[in-house]
Structure formats: structure tokens, C-alpha cells
Design a protein around this ligand. Structure first.
Ligand code: GUN
Length: 299
């Protein structure tokens, strides 16, 4: 992205570059695994229905497996599939020794109980880190599979040597897969942030955000974070990936983040763009978790 004077003090966090670097490291490790004649990591994915976003995500996960040298399996179902059939497939994957880890892409159709499906996954193969066993272990700092998006954000903070100890981190959004795990991880020893988790009922949200050293927007409302909600020099992480209509381009949509990039970026020390920020890191974390699953140890 061309930078003009307006962005002089800001560094763009390049999630695409970081994720490519990490995937290359994983691929090198897989080469060594192959050279030793050991089993190549195998990630499987279950996709129900044809929601545009989910199809793209799952295809990108399959592509990332190829880049890392993993074996991948994609099982797709019509959106009318019964819960029973889905649970049977999960059981098959649980019992298939060749599959090291697998995911069930969310959201699932309304007639399927997502929590029941998540809880049916063997926690040792739950590379999404959504099973309550992994969530509980994460909560108390035990080795586990960590939810991919928060883990990807931690990788970015690490890669750019961003200081977190004693910093005030404000997270907007309390989802089970981003906001909540992010708040737990950043408050743990080693990261040492003071965390405020905000949501739709938070009072004085603008002022709370403006007090953040690190602001993480994960609410799914395009352009929600404006310049007056950001402190000068803050680190801003944008988790939003909403598809908005874009009739001017052939595919008819583009991704929009939760942060109004153009007006917020000049105030930041670091900021993630959308696309190319957190998104590629989420898939990268899934690859890290899959490698860990294959090696039989969870870091
Ligand atoms: N839907 C949105 N993000 C995710 C994710 O990280 N994993 C799965 N399984 N579904 C999702």
C-alpha cells in the first residue's frame, strides 16, 4: 500500500506476509517429517451448505494445506443434511486415525445444534479450539488448541515485537471464537495486558476505546471504529470481514473491516488492513494447530 506523509508514524501490519513466512516454516518442517518417512499431517474440513463466505474460507484452508505440504480432505453436504448424519460424519473423522485434526465450518444451518456438533468432536482433533475442553484448558493456561483468530493476532503482535505488558487492551465484541478467548489470552502471564471486554451494552464505549493502547475490533459492524475512538499511537487490530456490495468490481462485493481505516490509520502506531491483516493469520493458526495435532503435542 503506498504510504503518504499522513501515515508516516504508522506501520502497517502485513498479515499476508507474516502468514506466508509461517506457512513456509511449516512446509520446511513437513519436508523433514517426510524425509524421516513419518506421516504427513492431515486436516479435514466439513462444509454444510453453500454460504459464500464459508465456501471461500474452506477453499482457502484447503489451499493453505497444499502450501504447507499437508494432506487435506473436504467433505461437503447439502444444507438440508440432518444433524444425525453430520454427527455420524464427525464420529467417522474422530475414529479415522489418518486424520490428525478437523473442523466443522460455522455457521451451521439453523436446524442443527452447533454446540452439540462442537462437543461431539474429539478434543485432541479439535484444531479450531472450539470444544469446551480446549476452551477450559486455555482459560487456565494449559496446553491446548487455541481458537485460530485470537492465536493469529498473538502471532502478529509477536512478529512485530509489539509491547503488551501492562498495556490497556480494549476488545469490542464478546464472541466465543474471537472476543472472549482474546480477552483471556491477552490477560495471561507473558502477555500481561489489562483487558477490557466491551459489548453492545457497554456504557461510554467511545471513551473506553479511546483509552486503549491496543484496540481490537471484533464486532462485525463495518466502519464502526472512528478516529475519535482511537488514542494517538494506539495499536489497532481489525477483525471485521463483512462482505459489502461493490458493483464497480466484477465479483460484486468486497471485504470491509470494523475500523474506518483511512481516518484511523494516521493516529496509529500499528494497524491491520482489511483484507490482508488478521484474515490470513486465522488460517495460518489453523495450520499451526494441525501440525501440533499431527505431532501429538499441543502448545
Ligand atoms: N466460521 C468463522 N470463523 C470460523 C473458524 O475459525 N472456524 C470454523 N470452523 N468456522 C468459522
Amino acid at each position: 500500500m503506498p504510504l503518504n506523509n499522513k501515515y508516516l508514524n504508522m506501520e502497517l501490519i502485513d498479515g499476508k506476509k507474516v502468514s506466508e513466512t509461517i506457512k513456509q516454516q511449516i512446509a520446511a518442517e513437513v519436508e523433514q517429517i517426510k524425509a524421516r518417512g513419518e506421516k504427513v499431517p492431515h486436516l479435514a474440513a466439513i462444509l454444510v451448505g453453500n454460504d459464500g463466505g464459508s465456501v471461500t474460507y474452506v477453499n482457502n484452508k484447503v489451499k493453505a494445506c497444499e502450501q504447507c505440504g499437508f494432506v487435506s480432505t473436504l467433505k461437503t453436504f447439502d444444507e438440508n443434511i440432518s444433524e444425525e448424519t453430520l454427527l455420524k460424519t464427525v464420529e467417522e473423522f474422530n475414529n479415522n486415525d489418518d486424520i490428525d485434526g478437523f473442523i466443522v465450518q460455522l455457521p451451521l444451518p439453523k436446524h442443527i445444534d452447533s454446540q452439540k456438533v462442537i462437543e461431539s468432536i474429539n478434543p485432541n482433533k479439535d484444531v479450531d479450539g472450539f470444544h469446551p475442553m480446549n476452551v477450559g484448558k486455555m482459560m487456565i493456561g494449559l496446553p491446548c488448541f487455541k481458537s485460530a483468530t485470537p492465536a493469529g493476532i498473538l502471532e502478529l503482535l509477536k512478529f512485530y515485537n509489539i509491547e503488551t505488558a501492562g498495556k490497556h487492551c480494549v476488545i469490542i465484541g464478546r464472541s466465543n471464537i474471537v472476543g472472549k478467548p482474546m480477552s483471556v489470552l491477552l490477560s495471561q502471564k507473558g502477555w500481561d495486558c489489562t483487558v477490557t471486554l466491551c459489548h453492545s451494552r457497554t456504557k461510554n464505549l467511545e471513551q473506553v476505546c479511546a483509552s486503549a493502547d491496543i484496540l481490537i475490533a471484533a464486532l462485525g459492524t463495518p466502519g464502526f471504529v472512528k478516529a475519535d475512538m482511537v488514542k494517538e499511537g494506539a495499536v489497532v487490530i481489525d477483525v471485521g470481514t463483512t462482505r459489502v456490495p461493490a458493483p464497480e468490481i466484477p465479483r460484486g462485493w468486497r471485504l470491509k473491516g470494523d475500523v474506518l481505516f483511512d481516518e484511523v490509520a494516521p493516529k496509529c502506531s500499528y494497524i491491520t488492513p482489511v483484507p490482508g491483516g488478521v484474515g490470513p493469520m486465522t488460517i495460518c493458526s489453523l495450520m499451526i494447530n494441525t501440525l501440533q495435532a499431527a505431532k501429538g503435542k499441543k502448545a
